[in-house]
Design a protein around this ligand. Structure first.
Ligand SMILES: [Zn+2]
Ligand SMILES: [Zn+2]
Ligand SMILES: [Zn+2]
Length: 452
């Protein structure tokens, strides 16, 4: 069972934006005040490039920031009228006690004799300081009067205060909104996360070409796939390429590792482990910039194809127009096995791009020599497939011993794709064994043995 997760940069527009940022055409995406916009600001550089609304732009930028691809910085706060959305607001300073707008700001004096306090100009009388309440003259600071500093005074209720309340007056709909109720929108600027640069560089361009390459070869491609392994654990694969050519089903697990130093043995080991647990035998690991020597040796031993920076470009360049003969572009439909004769099967395999060797011999790992009915080999540019095919024709159901021998032979030859053509059929016991050993069985009532 597999699940595919879509990433934001797989969207065409997002990819275009990121490409511009990688190239340096756009360095930092900054918001700009725009009263026409529903948000109150726009990102002109994004709008110019992609022709999308400001809300869409924010959604894209935010999703990229969430993925850690972009770094966002607070830029400005934009205020809107909660009634009509207008940004055409004027602040009004008011008394925090009675709400009156009739307030003044100035140096406030307190007459210590009668405790009356007010702004300095209220005390000024013909060039002298006189208390407007008790009419006594003020003489010495900090003796009969003191300065409370620069404060506000309300003419409505006489309150003296430090900070006035701010209300917003909307010039569009005339409504008044208290400070806490105003609609605020924070705007951020966005720039590329330097640490993700190399990774993104692969993700945007070569990866797309790799996917095209796989698709052109008839693979169904899924990205960011989770596959449940035999152990019960779920494993994530960057790319899973699947191709059912009607004879065998091929899965290629492709891992992508972009690091700042050569990829460690541990990482390659981890990848190999995942493929083992999920039963995927064709393994490709893209390591940018490359792999450490011991990791490279391990990969070779475990038949993991490694593509490093230095060979990725040539690989992709050579594979844009696949020079594979006899391979129709659209052959995704599953072809049932319906061959009347051995030669029909062989020509079908040849049509699918397999090279055929008949009645051939292979020396196995044990040193024993095995005769093989049909060996089909296909190099599709990314992996080499070998299929071992045996044809058993008898007049009664074929028993487990024959199947066992075939499986053993394939194992000794190191071939995992096993096809057994059984005429007329297998015994139930043999059939169960074949299934367990992942031998693909075709039962055919007859198979013409024509002279070739
Ligand atoms: Zn006084
Ligand atoms: Zn007041
Ligand atoms: Zn308004």
């Amino acid at each position: 069972m597999t699940t595919e997760v879509h990433k934001p940069w797989q969207n065409e527009k997002v990819a275009k934006l990121l490409e511009a940022m990688l190239q340096g055409t756009i360095l930092e995406i900054k918001p700009q005040l725009n009263v026409q916009s529903e948000l109150g600001f726009s990102f002109p550089s994004v709008n110019q490039l992609l022709n999308i609304t400001d809300k869409e732009a924010v959604a894209i930028l935010e999703s990229l920031a969430e993925e850690g691809i972009l770094v966002k910085k607070f830029f400005d706060k934009f205020l809107h009228c909660p009634q009509c959305g207008s940004m055409n607001l004027r602040p009004v300073y008011c008394c925090p006690k009675c709400g009156s707008g009739n307030i003044i700001r100035g140096r406030v004096l307190e007459h210590l004799v009668c405790k009356y306090a007010s702004t300095e100009d209220e005390f000024l009388f013909k060039g002298r300081l006189v208390c407007p309440k008790c009419k006594q003259e003020l003489h010495t600071v900090d003796a009969d009067y003191r300065s409370l500093g620069v404060l506000y005074k309300c003419h409505g209720c006489e309150e003296i205060f430090n900070q006035p309340t701010i209300k917003w007056s909307c010039l569009k709909c005339s409504s008044i909104t208290v400070g806490g109720k105003i609609a605020e929108v924070d705007a951020y600027s966005y720039s590329l996360n330097k640490e993700k640069r190399n990774w993104l560089q692969f993700e945007i361009k070569p990866k797309a070409r790799l996917l095209q390459f796989l698709q052109s070869r008839g693979y169904e491609v899924k990205e960011n796939v989770r596959v449940k392994g035999g152990s019960g654990a779920e494993h994530a694969f960057d790319i899973l390429a699947t191709r059912d050519d009607g004879i065998v089903l091929h899965n290629i697990a492709i891992g992508v590792e972009v690091t700042d130093k050569p990829l460690s043995l541990e990482k390659v080991f981890g990848f190999d482990d995942k493929t083992y647990d999920t039963g995927i035998r064709d393994k490709v690991l893209i390591a940018i910039p490359g792999v450490a020597p011991e990791a490279s040796r391990f990969a070779a031993r475990q038949r993991i194809k490694i593509l490093e920076s230095k060979n990725l470009e040539p690989f992709l360049a050579s594979s844009i127009f696949p020079p594979i003969a006899r391979e129709p572009e659209t052959e995704l439909e599953r072809v049932p096995f319906h061959f009347k004769s051995r030669s029909e099967l062989i020509s079908d395999l040849q049509n699918r791009g397999y090279e055929i060797k008949e009645n051939t011999k292979i020396i196995g790992r044990s040193g024993a020599e095995h005769s093989i009915d049909i060996l089909a080999t296909r190099d599709d540019g990314i992996v080499i497939y070998n299929i071992i095919i045996a044809i058993e024709i008898t007049d009664k159901p074929i028993g487990i011993d024959k199947v066992f021998d075939f499986d053993d032979k394939a194992y000794d030859c190191g071939i995992f794709d096993k096809v057994l053509i059984a005429v007329p059929s297998l015994t139930p016991e043999a059939s169960r064994f074949a299934q367990r050993q992942r031998i693909k069985v075709f039962e055919a009532e007859t198979l013409e043995l024509e002279s070739r």
